[in-house]
Design a protein around this ligand. Structure first.
Ligand SMILES: Cc1cc2nc3c(=O)[nH]c(=O)nc-3n(C[C@H](O)[C@H](O)[C@H](O)COP(=O)(O)OP(=O)(O)OC[C@H]3O[C@@H](n4cnc5c(N)ncnc54)[C@H](O)[C@@H]3O)c2cc1C
Length: 249
């Protein structure tokens, strides 16, 4: 599918440059982008679609089992965990939302939280506490994701941070819900962002705080972060940029 997307863009004479942008200068026009390789690009209008990265625990076993029972997106992967006992790591609104969503699929959902109370809003907490399928494992962190043969998750090794007790918990899947980091660091101090680092755009459109710079997809969306919403706002950015350039001619 990506090959087809690329072929279509090439038909309209899009030039592709592969490389990581390490810094930008949006103070001057045209804007300047510096690529990791040392080369420089300039542009009259810029669309930012750098996405957001899920935060992980940083365990080797977690990395090895990603896509094999470890996930960071309940909406995307919840369906694959039908009738299994599922673990959710986290204690904020996202974790509780994921846990509630996963009760539609799993036989039980264990929320594993490193503290003894949730950060989630009271409303979300009440919904979770009233849900029979959700259990809470307090004061605990995941030390290891367990797998018998490396192809599926069988459980987690938990460490109680208060009692120092270590115990294994059987699970058929593990969702890490400790937040996302938008990939917007290179725009720090140049564009308006919210407290979490998501780029702010106009209410009805994708214009950022600098004229001619547009942002779309997960980099500007702390709420939905879905492929279809990213594609939709990507289309909006393309139209916004095209109109902005046409207006300047
Ligand atoms: C495991 C997983 C499963 C998912 N499943 C679904 C699903 O089933 N349905 C659904 O709707 N959504 C799903 N999503 C969410 C969906 O993938 C995202 O919402 C969507 O990809 C966001 O698109 P984007 O273009 O904003 O960002 P991305 O797809 O993240 O693309 C950002 C791109 O920018 C590049 N980039 C970042 N910084 C720089 C830089 N400095 N210089 C150059 N390039 C840079 C990155 O390398 C990347 O290629 C899933 C996500 C994950 C992680």
């Amino acid at each position: 599918m990506m090959d087809q997307f690329r072929a279509q863009a090439e038909r309209f004479e899009t030039e592709f440059v592969n490389g990581h942008v390490v810094s930008v200068d949006l103070d001057q026009r045209p804007f300047v982008l510096n690529i990791e390789s040392g080369s420089e690009l300039s542009c009259d209008s810029l669309i930012i679609a750098t996405g957001a990265s899920a935060r992980w625990l940083g365990l080797d076993s977690e990395t090895q089992l990603r896509g094999r029972g470890v996930s960071a997106c309940a909406t995307c992967d919840g369906f694959f965990f039908r009738d299994r006992v599922i673990g959710v790591v986290g204690g904020g609104d996202t974790a509780i939302e994921e846990a509630l969503f996963l009760t539609k699929f799993g036989s039980a959902v264990n929320v594993i939280h490193r503290r003894d109370e949730l950060r989630a809003s009271r409303f979300m907490q009440e919904r979770a506490f009233n849900n029979d399928k959700i259990n809470f494992i307090w004061d605990s962190v995941v030390d290891e994701v367990l797998s018998e043969d490396g192809t599926a998750v069988n459980g987690v090794r938990l460490h109680n941070v208060k009692s120092d007790e270590v115990k294994d918990l059987e699970l058929g899947g593990l969702f890490i819900a400790i937040g996302h980091t938008p990939n917007t660091g290179i725009f720090n101090g140049q564009l308006d962002m919210n407290d979490e680092g998501y780029i702010k755009t106009q209410l009805r459109g994708t214009q950022t705080s600098i004229e001619g710079v547009f942002a779309c997809g997960d980099a500007a969306d702390s709420i939905y972060r879905q492929a279809v919403t990213a594609a939709g706002t990507g289309c909006m950015s393309a139209i916004d940029a095209e109109r902005w350039l046409a207006f300047r001619e």
